[in-house]
Each structure stands twice: as C-alpha cells, then as structure tokens.
Design a binder for this molecule. Sequence first.
Ligand SMILES: [Zn+2]
Length: 265
Amino acid sequence: MKLAPPRHLKLVPRHRSRPYLFPRWRCRRFPAGFRHTTGRNCRPPATRSPTNWWPTRINKTNYPVGNRPAPPKGFRNREQHTAYYKSVINCLQDVWCPYLTALDIQQKPVSLVAYDLDVNTPCGSERQSKTAFYCPANATIYLSRNVYEFEAEDGFYAGDTVVHEHFHHIQNQLGITRYARTYLDADEMEVSRRIELQDICSTSRLQLTLNMGVDADIYATFLKYSLGDEQHGTKETIDYWMNRGFYMTTLQGCNTWGVPSKDVA
Ligand SMILES: [Zn+2]
C-alpha cells in the first residue's frame, strides 16, 4: 500500500535544488578484538523503503563522529548516574543538530526524568519499571531506579542505554516514529520491532563513532546478554542488528524499513 506522507511530515527540503549539507566524517578505526564480519550479511539493505518518508539522503550519510564521555566502571550514587546521562544527552544533541538542520528540522530539546517506583507520563504510567524509556509525546527520557541500580555495577551499560533512548528522540524528530505508527501496513509489534532494531543497530555504531569506550570485552558482553521479546525481536534478531551496527558506516546500514518482515522477527 502506497500512501503519500502528510504535508507536515514530508521531509524533503523546501528548495529541492538546494543540496543537503550533512556533516562529512571519516570512519574511526575499530578497537582491537572486534570480529570483522564481511560479506553478504553486512551489506546495507536496499534503499527500498515501504514509504517515501524516510529521507533517502540521510541514509547515505555517516553516523556522527565525536569524543563523548565513556561511562565510568560504576556509579557511586544516583546523582552521578543522572549527571552522566545529562552530559551524554547534551553531546548527542550537539552532534545530531547539523543533520536535523540539513533537513530543515528544528531540533527539539530532550528532557530527562529520574524516578523511583512509579511515574505518570503522556505515554502511560510505569510501575517499578525495569527499564529506561523514551516518551515521544513530551520528548522525555525516563530513568527508573532499577536501571540505576543495574548500571551502578556495570557502568558501560549506561552508555548503551543513553544512546539508545536518545536515538528514539532522533527517530521522533525525523518523523519516523509517528509516521510508522500511523501509516505502516504492519501489525503494531512489527512496527515496534522495526523502530527498536533500527535503534539497537544505530546505538552500536554510535558508541564506536562517539568513542564511548566500547572495547572487545564490552562488545562481547552486549552480544552475550541481550534478551529477546516481542517488542524488540528475538534474541537472534537483536544480536544480528546489534552486531551489524558495529560494522555499518552509514545510516542505510541500519535501515530496518527496507528489509522483509522475517528480518525483524
Ligand atoms: Zn527502545
């Protein structure tokens, strides 16, 4: 089914003759110990997309590169944990800003709420959530106490979580979340998995390009302890996209919108 995107979500620039001016980055070298995957599996998916709303030109650009704070080995208290999140969010806003500007999208600020047991949000209420989550309705990342307690021991997960939740903000600003949920001809869980897997793949890559301290051991831990569910995909699917992201240079490499349903199962 082909649907034209609604006017306000159309992401082509107003002046078609004007080129997109995305930042250009050289790729970083891999930290030692990464398993290099080559061949068919890591070729970017075809640019084909179920709709024409995902702007093709941004797919061809590289992920932003920079030097962002690596998480400490662990966190002493909640304040330190929340402060780390804030600092990374600020950096992520900085590195993504030129991409949004190139697409004539005004960057939205993102808020962070650390909560203990219960929280009410425009996306519903959470009780004793074990996760962090992003609510697109108010562009806010929510951070539960459980997440803090988990990451207080294994700090490197904080880098992964904050990049993941912030990438949902990028998807939101690019119009992906809303458009997919409104117009994509697929069941709700498949839409959710395409959103999450694009994010998981991009998060792998961003942790490398932003120099966030992911080494071969951390990389192996991410792959070993990932968990599957209906909303994110099976463990096998998650591992495929997570691993893939480490080797992709352009956003197209993580384009879960151009692959068949079985690849996002
Ligand atoms: Zn997510």
